[in-house]
Design a binder for this molecule. Structure first.
Ligand SMILES: NCc1[nH]cc(CCC(=O)O)c1CC(=O)O
Length: 310
């Protein structure tokens, strides 16, 4: 066994926190090993002037990390699972999915206490079509404005008065020690989370059995089943930032999985929604049922319309 483990990571503060977190877990588990980080700036980090859905989506944040693994410069990459494309490139696997930080969205504002209390015409910043759809369908009196950049950049834009509020992932804010910025955790009944939100995904080469075994202890089976069900729904429906889609699964004490998913048209707020329940051992079947239920409600119509205007 080699005595070094190299983790490829993006260099945003959140990505670094997450990579350092895994570095910590690995160092504690394997005190004899040297666990290092390899910071990489991805195309997604460099192009900041366009919305994510227009520049090609999630793949932009992981491709360079995958190249580093292919070229033997790193053993594994740590990602926010929700940023990982639904279909990994040939030759890569999700070696581990960690337990989740809070998967819900957060309301961040210095002007208003809650999303509900915002008056007509107030401006909410988000770069996510899923959050835009939620706002359009449930809070049509609010104005949605795109915001990009990492967590810190977005908060600066909020503080400079460009927006009245932001909707962001609670997980990112908590990890960065910015929990005090959260005015309200938005219920998952109001804002259904994104596939994989709050979980970390560890990616490595499929053939690298040593790394796969090394990181296996970080994997949480139930979280993995939930996230894979969510990702299966997303994959079947186009699976990218270009489609406003939410999918969120939980498993109760009796082992029953509850999978909720929605997809819609963020320009009108129209939404197809489904909820499926069954034993968590059948999570992939539940995902298929959810997809079928969404298609039965005309989900294809939203997806085609979106893809045609891009
Ligand atoms: N799309 C960016 C992104 N990717 C992961 C997180 C937060 C951490 C997570 O959800 O696991 C964020 C920030 C946000 O959506 O506000």
């Amino acid at each position: 066994m080699s005595d070094k483990i190299i983790i490829a990571t993006r260099e945003s503060p959140l990505a670094l926190w997450q990579a350092e977190h895994v570095q910590d877990l690995l160092s504690k588990r394997y005190p004899a090993k040297n666990v290092e980080l390899l910071g990489i700036t991805t195309k997604g980090d460099r192009i900041l002037d366009k919305t994510l859905s227009k520049i090609g989506g999630k793949g932009l944040f992981v491709k360079e990390l995958e190249t580093a693994m292919q070229e033997g410069e790193a053993h594994l990459a740590v990602h926010s699972l929700k940023d990982v494309p639904m279909q990994l490139p040939e030759g890569f696997v999700l070696a581990a999915v960690s337990t989740r930080e809070d998967p819900r969205d957060a309301f961040v504002s210095s002007r208003y206490e809650t999303l509900e209390s915002m008056p007509a015409g107030a401006v909410v910043g988000t770069a996510s079509l899923r959050r835009e759809l939620m706002l359009r369908s449930k809070f049509p009196h609010l104005i949605v404005k795109p915001v990009r950049g990492n967590v810190g950049t977005r908060l600066k834009k909020l503080d400079s008065g460009e927006f009245d509020a932001l909707i962001m992932a609670s997980a990112g804010l908590k990890r960065l020690g910015l929990e005090s910025r959260i005015r309200e955790i938005i219920s998952d009944e109001i804002s259904l989370p994104s596939p994989g939100q709050g979980a970390l995904g560890i990616e490595c080469l499929e053939t690298d059995t040593e790394t796969r075994q090394t990181v296996a202890f970080i994997n949480d089976e139930k979280t993995r089943a939930c996230c894979l069900a969510e990702r299966a729904v997303s994959r079947a429906l186009g699976g990218s930032c270009q489609v406003p889609l939410a999918a969120y699964a939980t498993i109760d004490e009796e082992g029953m999985m509850r999978l909720r998913a929605l997809v819609g048209d963020h320009t009108t707020g129209e939404t197809a929604y489904t909820e499926q329940k069954g034993p968590w051992s059948q999570s992939q079947e539940l995902a298929q049922k959810a997809v079928q239920a969404l298609l039965d409600q005309g989900a294809q119509r939203y997806i085609e319309k979106l893809l045609s205007i891009q």
